[in-house]
Design a protein around this ligand. Sequence first.
Ligand code: MF3
Ligand code: CO
Length: 253
Amino acid sequence: MIHLKSKDEIERIRASCRIAADAMVLVQDALVPGVTTAALDEIADNYIRSQGGVASALGYRGFPRSICVSINEVVVHGIPGPRQLLAGDILSVDIAVAKDGYHGDMNVSFAIGTIDADAARLIQATRQAMEIGLQASQPGARMGDVGAGIQQRVEAEGFSVVRDFCGHGIGRAFHEEPQVLHFGTAGTGRRLEPGTVFTVEPMINAGVPEVRILDDQWTAVTADGLLSTQFEHTVAVTEYGPDILSRFADLPF
Ligand code: MF3
Ligand code: CO
């Protein structure tokens, strides 16, 4: 069952998103070659705690750290550790925060130093695909409209949509209904009602869509070893259209 959120609940989700977005700025400021992903995790975790929040990922199904860091061929759920960033890497950073009983979730992909043109095109297409998915999140539209828009944008570029992970409803729980597929058929699926809050978080691969999970049981990598990238926002469907709860006028995400 989808729990429709009141205006007050939506504002609490936005407040958690604000902490996540400010933590993202701090992480972005620390992105220089040589920094470890564990250091990025610590920066985010310290900031989130300073704001009275907790990282939603920490301890979630046993996840050992506070943020996810997914470099190059890592699709999602990379665990922060001793890996140092190198010029030419692409890094997706996933930050989710719980405060006052509500979660907010976002993900941004960054280029470290100069990256090659195809990697830049992948990042650009993924960002635009997420944007299309967010804009499709209109009252009365259908879930399939969100996925179809994303899929079309990405496949037009010769890239592929990961099928094994999806977006999700969010609120009192980190993951709740509905599931948000990043592919599909326009005009099909559940109708979007005002008060529905979910994430749009396409994971887009340069090559094949298949993934493989490493022995740590978390890190998902592309089956062909080619690049993958992701963007995510939390969005509320309102009677006036999509309200992107993790986007703020003073921040670049
Ligand atoms: N944004 C990702 C998701 O919604 C973050 C996962 S956190 C983890 O699934 F703990 F599950 F890794
Ligand atoms: Co998410």
